[in-house]
Design a protein around this ligand. Sequence first.
Ligand code: GLN
Length: 475
Amino acid sequence: MTPSYTSLRQVQADLRAGITTCEALVSQYLTQIEASRGLNIYIEVFAEEALEKARMLDARFRENPDAIGRLFGMVLSLKDVICYEGHSATAGSRILAGFRSPYSATAVERLLAEDVIIIGRVNCDEFAMGSTNETSCYGPTRNAADETRIPGGSSGASAVSVQANTCLASLGSDTGGSVRQPAAFCGVVGMKPTYGRISRHGLIAYGSSFDQIGTLTHSVEDAALLLEIMAGKDEYDSTVSTQEVPAYSQQLTFGRKAKIAYFGAALNHPSLAPDVKAACDGLIGRLRAEGHEVEAVDFEYLDYIIPAYYVLTTAEASSNLSRYDGVRYGHRSAEARTLDELYRKSRTEGFGSEVQRRIVLGTFVLSAGYYDAYYGKAQRVRRLIHDRTMEILKTHDFILLPAAPGGPWKLGEKIDDPVAVYLADIFTVQANMVGIPAICVPVGTHADGMPLGIQFMAGKFCESDLLAFAQTLYS
Ligand code: GLN
């Protein structure tokens, strides 16, 4: 029997009532992992270790039901970009083959301290660069709603691990939509917090001024609880905020009417599929009927978001990924005879073509003579997008946006057209450009029956409001 829990609250109620045990739960999830092998979700399953931890927790609970952490019963998968002490982390890349992390990400440590059970490491686009999960060196992960389709990316397998009930929740990372877009494509909740809300210590870097750890869950309440536990200051990440962390999971009632903005330019964008537009219009109608104020606002920078994002993130990535040189970690070419060859061959053999494309692009935009025209200009565009978005959020609680212009496409369909894939990030990237929190919740299905999600963005550190509002939409 597959566990069909959709929140930790249900799991804990059954654990307390003696209806299930952590061990039984982990065994059922392991069975489901085996049954869903064809989806290519897991790179590695920590079966024995998870079972052992489950038995230990069951024993501790039997002895003293109060001696257990807040995540008692939470079975979690980790995206392959998040470090877990003593375990491999390869960012879906050959270049990190054989790397074992000597430490855990701060986020992981905090979850472990609350008795989470980590069941395995899941697939993702190589170095989180992608929107389809097809750039992984382990091959693509498939959408559980239709195996011929992509699950989205880059945290595609994190989303499918939850969608296919192989665990209760997953940690992903979101640099330009990697948690929210797969959540939309797989019918789960995807939450990206404010930049600096969760420590990035132990998250393998892609674009450091954009990256945030996020969650994929069945419920908003689980997203709130995980965030509450992971967030907060950390001496290992100087960009993390020292702002107090609210008890998000205790504040899930949104007791007032919201003022919500949407961009006319987004809902009339030529790339938007009619069924996504219809879903947005339907939701806007419902929100108005519930008494919320929803209005169209001008946002004149929509078409500049993607170009600026792909200049800035590739620039940051080219610098971040320079550390993979065949000397310190992972893959080292066996062919090299000189130091120069060692770097060149190790990187050529170790990185896949999408990552190479981005390193070359990022190096180009940072190079002397081009820096001002590309990187400098993109920074200025980022500032304009930031300022305009913050201006809108001064007078509105939330901004409603589609998560993606269309639904999940067929595996391989856009593999030869990277620009088409980049353009499909148009609605998710803004939150990362600005550093604001955003959540994607399922609202229905596309015309072909695939899951459809819609996203809300809020002001910096307004996760409490955002989660509480999302809870009113999806609970
Ligand atoms: N699809 C986007 C990219 O390839 C976002 C990826 C992410 O958020 N990690 O950059």
